[in-house]
Design a protein around this ligand. Structure first.
Ligand SMILES: Nc1ncnc2c1ncn2[C@@H]1O[C@H](COP(=O)(O)OP(=O)(O)O)[C@@H](O)[C@H]1O
Ligand SMILES: [Mg+2]
Length: 253
């Protein structure tokens, strides 16, 4: 059985960085291969994982529609086999993790058939992995649109201020309204300077959020981002990788 972790939160809160560091931490714990999913249309998790993207699921969908629409299917190949082959081709296999990039979301037109096929196949594929980490874009809409899969742990990343906590609570409520199947929701407050101020502890409590951990401002992250170095290569002894390690220990045996 795979355990699915979805990382959500407002833009710029640190979702992609935290996704990358969780993937890193899971690999360190030997929970491999990790299935990394970049569900942000502004594809960028790959950079933090240090890999190049040639093909996205959005691209596969377009290609399928073109090929099937134009009757250009390879002779003797079913649509299903053709799609499976295309998805395998889009899957980036690395040491310790495989990455699938969703890319551009479907347009408003009816791509239902292609989407349902894709979704179903990705779910089957995901079953091969002990841990799945999904880096989401801001907003929750696509979470329900793109996957019907159950989320075991929804990590909501927040800025270290009261408005950030309120936004995190709204994201949790939205996930509930959208009937996304979530096992547990945990709040992660990023860029915390020292101790978490009491006022923020009170806000967390007020909204009934469960704080799963805090992550300090980390110069190593800043340096890596300036040098465009993949954060998956960050050292064990930096404040943020240690904080992520503590979070992982809370849900990984
Ligand atoms: N704990 C942290 N310390 C220092 N810089 C951080 C930290 N978390 C994130 N950042 C920086 O903040 C920016 C936004 O982070 P990112 O992970 O891309 O956010 P999101 O995916 O939510 O938009 C990046 O430049 C990243 O390097
Ligand atoms: Mg991001």
């Amino acid at each position: 059985m795979s355990f699915t972790i979805a990382v959500a939160g407002k833009g710029g809160t640190g979702k992609t960085t935290i996704s990358s560091l969780i993937i890193r931490g899971l690999i360190k714990k030997g929970k491999t291969p990790v299935f990394a999913v970049d569900a942000d249309a502004n594809v960028n998790l790959n950079e933090q994982l240090g890999v190049k993207v040639e093909k996205t699921i959005g691209g596969v969908r377009e290609e399928m529609l073109d090929t099937i629409g134009a009757g250009k299917m390879p002779a003797g190949m079913s649509k299903e086999t053709y799609m499976e082959y295309q998805i395998q081709d889009a899957l980036i296999e690395e040491n310790g993790f495989d990455l699938l990039v969703m890319g551009r979301p479907e347009g408003p037109g009816c791509y239902c058939y292609a989407n349902n096929l894709l979704r179903r196949y990705i779910e089957v594929l995901a079953k091969n992995y002990p841990y799945i980490v999904i880096d989401n874009e801001a907003g929750m809409e696509h979470l329900s649109r793109r996957t019907t899969q159950k989320i075991d742990l929804l990590l909501i990343v927040s800025e270290p201020n009261p408005v950030g906590i309120l936004t995190a609570a709204r994201i949790r409520d939205l996930a509930k309204e959208m009937k996304i199947s979530v096992g547990k929701t945990g709040l992660v407050i990023n860029r915390v300077n020292g101790e978490l101020p009491d006022i923020l502890k009170q806000e967390v409590e007020k909204y009934g959020l469960e704080l799963i951990g805090t992550i300090p401002i980390d110069d190593t992250i800043t340096n890596f981002s300036f040098e465009r170095k993949p954060t998956i290569l960050m050292p064990d002894d930096s404040p943020s990788t240690r904080a992520i390690g503590e979070i992982i220990d809370k849900f990984v045996a």
